[in-house]
Write a protein that binds this ligand. Sequence first.
Ligand code: GTP
Ligand code: MG
Length: 363
Amino acid sequence: MKNTCENMLLVGVGGTGCAMARAVDGALGGVRHLLVDTDASSLEGAPCSLLLGAERLGGRGTGGEIVSARLAAEDSAAKFDEFITGVRIAVIAAALGGGTGGGATLELARLLAARGIAVIVFATMPYAFEGEARQRSARGIAPMIAAVAGASFFVPLDELAGGCDEMAAAMEIGRERMGAAIALFWRIVATPGYIRLDVERLRHIVQGAGRGRFAVVKMRGPKRAELALASLASTPLLVEGTNAVRFILCGILAGDDLRLSEIALVADGLKCGFGGGKSEFELATVNDEKAFSGDFCVVAMMFEQPSRTDEAAKPRVPRKGKVSAGRRALMVDTRFKNVEPTIWNDQDLDVPAFLRQNITLEF
Ligand SMILES: Nc1nc2c(ncn2[C@@H]2O[C@H](COP(=O)(O)OP(=O)(O)OP(=O)(O)O)[C@@H](O)[C@H]2O)c(=O)[nH]1
Ligand SMILES: [Mg+2]
């Protein structure tokens, strides 16, 4: 079955992001995708790629510098534009903790959003064993990416590859699982099913959706729906939210033996178990006997009510007609250019406090 979807673009950003995008295309085939990196080595052999900031960095990568990556992405913005003709949704795959996956993702997501393209970001957060510097870098950039993307998912690698003790294996498992999750998500949109989620509907859902959480489970056998629901209910990727769940997006992928009772069981379980019966719910199904014979896969995505810190990370936009001329003058691009952002308690301190806290100043 075809998985092409011409107006959806998968963008792999940075070394690990490119590897994830390759994995998605390798699993599905025919996925419209673009690999971007400041390091030429991760783009080798790619049919569609863009080296960011070639003049600035010489194709050698950033060495973990987020600011260099942001500048490199800005340098290459015009070239990036050439790859996004006709795109309605961009799905970015990246790993935070280095320079490019964080810094370039932020700038490219900003550019895509400015072109009216809905942006979904799937990013990993570093393993604890990688050390505090990488953790800090990832924690700093994540809320800034979330503020410009329509929907974003930041998945800690420790949870994604939980239980794996061997370092090399953990790295591989983390990359593979993220790639597999994105591939399933892609199929939900690209493969025609009885309950279809098309690109335009997905655009409505993800625009302004905010930071979300997701999990993927796959079960077989007569009790596969019950087992899938039980597994979702215990995954730390879903259960560790703090705010009420506002929206649930559920994709079920199976062969021709998918039963209505299985769909109802999972849908009701998610709605009651996570949404308290109050959240909005969207369901999509994919029946593909060749790919899922006997399997029952569920991709569950949840978006919470925005927390105060998420709101604080968003740049404030003045409401039309209610802003004095003096305030308007101060609103114009208040972020400092070309410097490392100062993030404290998930707040961008480069944005003046009166904007972060929405305090009106009279002039
Ligand atoms: N799962 C997995 N994660 C990886 C692997 N290599 C790196 N990572 C993760 O990805 C993060 C970012 O590393 P890279 O992708 O190498 O960095 P980059 O985005 O290319 O950025 P720079 O090279 O610093 O410009 C790391 O902090 C790790 O958490 C891997 O092989 N597997
Ligand atoms: Mg790199």
